[in-house]
Design a protein around this ligand. Structure first.
Ligand code: NAD
Length: 333
């Protein structure tokens, strides 16, 4: 498998994830590759050919977060480039409480399905006159249909009862309108799954009021990005939410969080999101029992409160909680 340690806290949490996968007895040959700022510093290219070749060969990767500078400075997002290069059209983010972790809600169990290849992330921007810029939002029927199909298929396979399409088609009548038309068509082919539509601003309010009413959320790229972080906030923060970028041939697993520059290098990053992303990878490889053991170990260790990183109100460093999780995984083999 390709392993991208990433920038900021990436190397710390990815090392934790590989330690726990090894403890689970899943043998993986990691092909370590640089990307983003680390690759740029090493060889002047944030998306090196070696990395692309490695993913093409292995088809599956575990990835740490990559830094993208704000505004005009620096290179364009390597995260977006990777998702496009490997047609990883579906971003899947399960949002679940970890029992015992204090958060505003209990019993949250929802899944964000975010379109991953177009929308404003197409990166088409022009200055059309001094002081006037244009940013183009691309929505296609093909991408909208296939992400809706993904959401309904996922719901069916995983026994989910409802899909909520989240949009702003009252304002973006053509683009979000097309997204909704496609979602409705796919919904009609899945009569057993309840289908609901909500305007994105209302959806955000409903999420922070009563998250329990939601099950699978279907969103375009930008709304999906924003709503994912909001949802992470419902269950204790970015330190505990894993994710996967999935296409028909390739899969890249990564936590929802970014490089967390404010805590990078301090050894206090919460490794749980990366470990749970690695569990998703392990399940993808067909090792469902090992994946379940990793998830149960994270819940046991974090739930018991003895080992918690500062974001969850504890004082444990990354290495300590990682070792505790690895020990539980070994014990339950
Ligand atoms: P961030 O997710 O890096 O951090 C937001 C907040 O959450 C910070 O306070 C951070 O300390 C905290 N946090 C995040 N992960 C944590 C963890 N594992 N343990 C404890 N606390 C954690 O978001 P940001 O600050 O907006 O972005 C920083 C950089 O990351 C930017 O360059 C951005 O482009 C990049 N980014 C990359 C990805 C990715 O690679 N997929 C995703 C999001 C952001």
């Amino acid at each position: 498998m390709t392993l991208i340690p990433g920038d900021g806290i990436g190397p710390e949490v990815i090392a934790a994830a590989t330690e726990v996968v090894a403890a689970a007895g899943v043998h993986v040959d990691w092909d370590r590759q640089l990307a983003g700022a680390a690759a740029f510093e090493a060889g002047g290219d944030p998306l090196p050919d070696d990395l692309l070749r490695s993913i093409r060969r292995n088809r599956v990767a575990l990835k740490g977060p990559l830094a993208t500078r704000v505004g005009r400075q620096g290179f364009r997002s390597v995260n977006v480039a990777l998702r496009k290069a490997f047609d990883l059209y579906a971003n899947l983010r399960p949002i679940r409480n970890i029992p015992g972790v204090k958060s505003a809600f209990t019993g949250v169990d929802l899944v964000v399905v975010r379109e991953n290849t177009e929308d404003l992330y197409a990166g088409i921007e022009h200055q059309i006159a001094p002081g006037v810029v244009e940013s183009v939002k691309i929505i296609t029927a093909r991408a909208s249909r296939r992400i809706a199909q993904f959401a309904f298929d996922y719901a069916e396979v995983h026994g989910r009862r409802k899909v909520t399409a989240i949009h702003k088609a009252n304002i973006m009548k053509l683009s979000d309108g097309l997204f909704l038309t496609c979602a409705r068509r796919v919904a009609k082919q899945h009569p057993a799954i309840e289908y609901q539509e909500l305007i994105v601003d209302n959806a955000c309010m409903q999420l922070v009021l009563r998250p329990g009413q939601f099950d699978v959320l279907l969103l375009e790229n930008l709304y999906g990005d924003i709503v994912s972080d909001l949802c992470a906030g419902l269950v204790g923060g970015l330190g505990v939410v894993p994710g996967a970028n999935l296409g028909t041939r390739y899969a890249i697993f990564e936590a929802v969080h970014g490089t967390a520059p404010d805590i990078a290098g301090k050894g206090v990053a919460n490794p749980c999101a990366a470990i749970l992303s690695a569990a998703m990878l392990v399940r993808h490889l067909g090792e469902a029992a090992a994946a379940a053991r990793i998830e149960a170990a994270v819940h046991e260790v974090v739930g018991a409160e003895r080992h918690r990183t500062p974001d969850l109100g504890g004082r444990s460093p990354t290495a300590e909680i990682t070792r505790a999780i690895a020990r539980v995984v070994e014990r339950t083999q």
